[in-house]
Ligand binder design. Structure first.
Ligand code: G3H
Ligand code: 13P
Ligand code: ZN
Length: 334
């Protein structure tokens, strides 16, 4: 039997995005695969009073079991209430990088409040048809839909692209009008993972810090002009904090040439029509740094709570910083 997100206490992204565009901030979209990540996300967003989009990839569905993840998201609504004296925060449950109609339908039918249909690897026409098909089904159930135009370099689940294909502004109006999508992910130079740029693509600033090639804010601005007030989504928005990479490498890790998107650029994006910013890799990095430190300093430790606990704490602190100082969503939960 189909389950509606409305019965689970979740919300779709419609109001969240309308408020974010008006308020000049972005909603955090954080991925989760396990209990500690979920606790950290809900803890961080509850304590900073931020709305949140919980993202589940198809890899997460395979790893953790889709039914269990949905029950966890339902539990997260109650957990948020418990730690906010009954008030709660707006929580959307979103499929990240859905690649087929069947997967999106399954998520709609099992309580997701939002889905992404990522047809960006298909030719334009096929992307439009697939996206429209998902929108028709999802909207009939009150579920919001994110589409994508342009291809990010890097890995998107099982799909790998070596190069960035920037979003073509001349395509966005037709895509949005034809498909009826609620938001559009665009490609302006971000990419997935911890190695977004190679050092030789970067320049050195006066402090010896590597600065990546600039994001194509000109493309974003052109899209904003063509779609005034329409919600834009930025994937691949991890900043890859160097202090955390150093801790990982100091305690036996081998993360080489890790380079992310400077937070300053994300602050700028959050103030524009970008109203959803996807962050996953930074969270993985924060957890890995904390776990490696415990393993190195307390090699006799074998209680998972003793290393997953610090990892959860590190993730929560990182995400609190994001909502307060990068996305600007802190204090916007209503
Ligand atoms: O865009 C990708 C997200 O970081 C999810 O990654 O497919 O490894 O779960 P995943
Ligand atoms: P990062 O790999 O930069 O964290 O991007 C995550 C993402 O876009 C999930 O869809
Ligand atoms: Zn993504």
């Amino acid at each position: 039997m189909a389950i509606s997100y409305k019965d689970l206490g979740l919300v779709n992204t419609k109001q969240m995005f309308a408020d974010a565009i008006k308020g000049g901030y972005a909603i955090p979209a954080f991925n989760f695969n396990n209990m500690e990540q979920l606790q950290a996300i809900i803890g961080a967003c509850s304590e900073t009073n931020s709305p949140v989009i919980l993202q589940v990839s198809s890899g997460a569905r395979k790893y953790a079991n889709q039914t269990l993840l949905r029950y966890m998201a339902q539990g997260a609504v109650e957990y948020a209430k418990e730690i906010t004296d009954g008030k709660g925060i707006p929580i959307a449950l979103h499929l990240d990088h859905g690649d087929t109609f069947e997967l999106c339908k399954d998520c709609v039918d099992s309580g997701f409040s939002s889905v992404m249909i990522d047809g960006s690897h298909h030719p334009f026409e096929k992307n439009m048809e697939l996206t429209k098909q998902v929108v028709e089904y999802a909207h009939a159930h009150g579920v919001t839909v994110e589409g994508e135009l342009g291809v990010l370099a890097g890995v998107e689940d099982d799909v790998v692209s070596d190069v960035t294909h920037y979003t073509k502004p001349e395509e966005v109006e037709e895509f949005v009008a034809y498909t009826g999508v609620d938001s559009l992910a665009i490609s302006i130079g971000t990419s997935h993972g911890a190695n977004k740029f190679t050092p030789d693509q970067c320049t050195l600033d006066e402090n010896g810090v590597l600065v990546p090639p600039p994001l194509r804010f000109d493309i974003l601005e052109e899209i904003e002009q063509k779609l005034p007030g329409f919600p834009i989504v930025l994937h691949g928005a991890s900043s890859v904090p160097m202090d955390l990479i150093k801790i990982i490498n100091q305690y036996g890790g081998e993360m080489k040439d890790a380079i992310g998107i400077p937070e300053e650029w994300l602050r700028r994006a959050a103030k524009s029509a970008v109203c959803k910013i996807n962050i996953d890799s930074d969270g993985r990095i924060a957890m890995t740094a904390a776990v490696r430190k415990v393993f190195a300093e307390e090699p006799a430790e074998f209680d998972p709570r003793k290393y997953l606990g610090p990892a959860r704490e590190a993730l929560k602190n990182l995400y609190m910083e994001k909502t307060k100082n990068v996305l600007g969503s802190a204090g916007k939960a209503g």
